[in-house]
Write a protein that binds this ligand. Sequence first.
Ligand code: UDP
Length: 238
Amino acid sequence: MTSAKYKRILLKLSGEALAGPSGYNIDPAVLEKYSQEIKQVTELGVQVAVVIGGGNIFRGVSGERSGIDRVQGDYMGMLATVINAMAIQSSLEKHGLYTRVMSAIKMEQVCEPYVRRRAVRHLEKGRVVIFGAGTGSPYFTTDTTASLRAIEIEADVVLKGTKVDGVYSADPVKDPTATRYSEISFSDVYEKKLSVMDLTAFTLCQENNLPIIVFNMNQPGSLLRVVQGDSSAGTLIK
Ligand code: UDP
């Protein structure tokens, strides 16, 4: 398999994953690894948009526990995603890729504001577009941002990069009999209460017929295999 199954993808990466083993901050080794994986996919001619979380730096919900107002904390979380977006941008550019960070919260000195038509234009020109600052609104997640932006830019699929290679019938860490689905419907995920994304993000994809693939971003070559349509590389939800 050398050609791509998808023309335009939205890759969702968690902020926590960017932190590597320490759980905090940004691990340069993870950045390097992710950039290589993304580069391989762009070399197939695939248009790549990225949404990155901010959990390695700040989450609104955890801020609330330490006395920070929820909305204030959510804005802090959104700003955290811009820091991660800039880190990925820098790393991708070191690999010779052309990139743009587009933020849902205006910060002209740092990156472009998010404008859908401009995002699409960047993608058509072969630039990797990284969407920062989530949806720009509190009480949402970066998973919801990923679904929303993917729908807006008419991506073919949302690729959710995680620590596991797909959706399992039970938690594979706790239950040795858990099996991986290579494909499952939206309604089965919902009925079996399997965890894929938060419900807002999940429902947006379901209602707009946007497939999701859950795969292991830490497994070298896995992103490429997913993009090439290898069904053993993750779980397709459609
Ligand atoms: N956030 C928000 N609105 C959005 C996206 C994110 O308020 O549209 C805030 C929220 O506080 C969230 C934080 O940004 O906890 C970081 O995003 P997320 O938790 O989704 O990051 P991840 O878990 O993927 O690292």
